[in-house]
Design a protein around this ligand. Structure first.
Ligand SMILES: [Zn+2]
Length: 283
């Protein structure tokens, strides 16, 4: 008889989801506490640098003002909501000023102006101030999957931004570029160069976003236990309200949505792991 078998499988799946949900609820408080404390330690300004610095470096929630900004370094408009939404939402929620440095206008399909506008709208949905968004649109850094960006040029542009805005935390791609795009990977190696040559200001930390295989990418929240068990320096897991915020941010990126979700990954758009959680580590 098939019916009892199906019912058993359904019950098992329901029990699994319930268990996962209870487990997430249990650990989310611990994660958020550690996340806030670590951000407080990392981003508290040096003595005398600003108002509201946390005594002893640690912060109790909610994080108060006076923190140094965090910077998302991305290659194209839409990267911020497709890949970094959980980190951006959580950082903003912790009271960290978040800035975005986008190295190209995303003009591969001659839609650069539209994508720049989408970037502003999606950042607005993530809670990022419009005055904190910079699109460089440098002529030598075109949005192109077969153009290798000059590492020295990219690293010098990023360093100039970090220095002029007193950035305390940089978030960017890892060597896999999440989607494997060469422009994403170029950003990673430029930041990596700054780290290895010790050019970053004292106390400025770098976190890179873990690229995962295609299976982990599309098993949605089922990936959370795997992410949790993997070595990491920061993990951002969104609540259902925060997840909705990330989805709203995604909804502004119409062009990327059409290209990547509808054309290439039609069944997966609501399962995309990077909309639920981000796992970062120090390179
Ligand atoms: Zn991109």
């Amino acid at each position: 008889m098939e019916t009892p078998g199906l019912a058993g499988a359904g019950l098992l799946a329901a029990a699994l989801c319930l268990g996962l949900s209870l487990w997430m609820r249990k650990i989310s408080g611990e994660i958020r506490g550690r996340e806030r404390q670590r951000l407080g330690l990392w981003l508290a300004p040096a003595a005398g640098e600003g108002e509201g610095a946390a005594a002893g470096g640690g912060l109790s929630p909610p994080v108060t003002g006076g923190l140094r900004p965090a910077l998302l370094v991305i290659a194209h408009p839409d990267d911020e909501c497709m890949f970094f939404a959980p980190a951006a939402v959580r950082l903003v929620g912790c009271g960290v000023p978040v800035r975005v440095l986008c190295l190209s206008a995303g003009n591969f399909y001659n839609q650069g102006e539209i994508r720049k506008k989408e970037l502003l709208e999606s950042c607005g949905a993530l809670g990022i101030s419009l005055s904190h968004i910079t699109v460089l649109d440098h002529r030598d850094l075109p949005d192109h999957p077969r153009v290798q960006w000059d590492r020295d040029l990219v690293s010098s542009l990023i360093l100039r931004y970090i220095q002029s805005h007193h950035i305390g935390l940089v978030l960017t791609f890892d060597e896999g570029g999440v989607s494997g795009h060469v422009n994403h990977i170029a950003v990673y190696y430029a930041v990596r160069k700054l780290c290895s040559e010790r050019k970053l200001p004292v106390g400025c930390r770098v976190l890179v976003l873990e690229s995962t295989n295609i299976i982990r990418k599309y098993i949605s929240i089922l990936d959370l236990p795997i992410s949790w068990l993997r070595p990491h320096d920061m993990i951002y897991i969104l609540s259902s309200e925060e997840y909705q915020q990330a989805r709203v941010s995604n909804s502004f990126c119409v062009l990327c949505y059409f290209l990547f979700y509808i054309l290439f990954y039609p069944p997966c758009c609501v399962l995309e792991k990077y909309s639920h959680s981000n796992l970062h580590y120090i390179p």
